[in-house]
Design a protein around this ligand. Sequence first.
Ligand SMILES: NC(=O)c1ccc[n+]([C@@H]2O[C@H](COP(=O)([O-])OP(=O)(O)OC[C@H]3O[C@@H](n4cnc5c(N)ncnc54)[C@H](OP(=O)(O)O)[C@@H]3O)[C@@H](O)[C@H]2O)c1
Length: 219
Amino acid sequence: MKAIITGANRGIGFALATTLKAKGWEVLALCRKATPELKALGVSIEEGVDVTSENSLQKIADRHKDEKFDLLINNAGINHRMNLDAINYEAIHELFETNTLGPIKTTLAFLPLLNEGAKIAMISSIAGSIGDIKEGGRYGYRMSKAALNSFSKTLSIDLKEKNIPVIILHPGLVQTDMTEGSGDFTPAQAAENLLKRIEELTLEKTGSFLRATGEPLPF
Ligand SMILES: NC(=O)c1ccc[n+]([C@@H]2O[C@H](COP(=O)([O-])OP(=O)(O)OC[C@H]3O[C@@H](n4cnc5c(N)ncnc54)[C@H](OP(=O)(O)O)[C@@H]3O)[C@@H](O)[C@H]2O)c1
């Protein structure tokens, strides 16, 4: 079984690559720049892959056009903290470019390389759940993930006929650079949980938005 992961050089993406490799998967790790840890993992690595750049994605998709993959994990993402008194349009733009348009561009570039019956996982966030908003702040990040969820849900319907289920996942609060190392889960624990949900994914469950621990989330 073969998987493609974006943002595989550190954080949750690296943990996903590590866990999949340990489970016997072949991994194509996409990243802007490989870390020594990723280089030491023994998976296929493609550097220079910026999810905001269609060109960089297409170049890699073309290079692997004779391969078929069983799983695409759209993991790469960024966060900018933003309250009402400090709305920053440039930062919001960057959040949408990376967290929303990035997974769209990646999915479209690699869709022709997916097997029938392959799976697509979007690493979204509970922050993208409009139904769950209980406090203010976090403007751009929430918006970018809510838009990702909207794309992913729509995609899940369009890809049903190709027999490709799509799942939208919240990894939990995970100890990575994004959270400055705080959180409830180590990246390895988060990766295990996320991969359990992906394993359970069937066409009947396509379009679901779940915590990595399995509980459904409202859109
Ligand atoms: N950590 C949490 O608690 C948490 C909670 C909810 C959701 N998430 C989501 O989980 C995913 C992974 O987050 P993380 O915690 O592992 O964050 P992280 O440690 O900051 O890692 C982010 C990863 O995304 C990559 N990336 C960012 N912008 C990119 C771009 N334009 N092109 C290619 N790669 C790019 C980074 O690559 P570089 O090294 O090149 O920057 C890095 O590999 C994100 O989508 C995040 O929103 C995380």
